[in-house]
Ligand binder design. Sequence first.
Ligand code: ZN
Length: 95
Amino acid sequence: MSKCTTCGADRLPGATVCPVCGRFYSKIIELIAAEEADEERRSWRGRLKRIVGADDVKAALKNEVKVAIAGLNTKARFTLFVIFVFVFALVVTVL
Ligand SMILES: [Zn+2]
């Protein structure tokens, strides 16, 4: 059985991360895991998880919306604006 190069703990067969020190055995697997974590962080599921898991849900929601809007380009912002105006106009005419 091989050992972890960082802490010397026995390496389990099939494991990608050292169970003792948390170090990845392979640089490629480490990169994939980092990419997955980043994707999860940017996805709506990840955002919802963060909002629900936060101590202050309202503040977390505000922050996530701010980040999401900042990540949009001008075209996407304009589209959202048009949708908002359309819905607003629809509601006003119905009332
Ligand atoms: Zn280790």
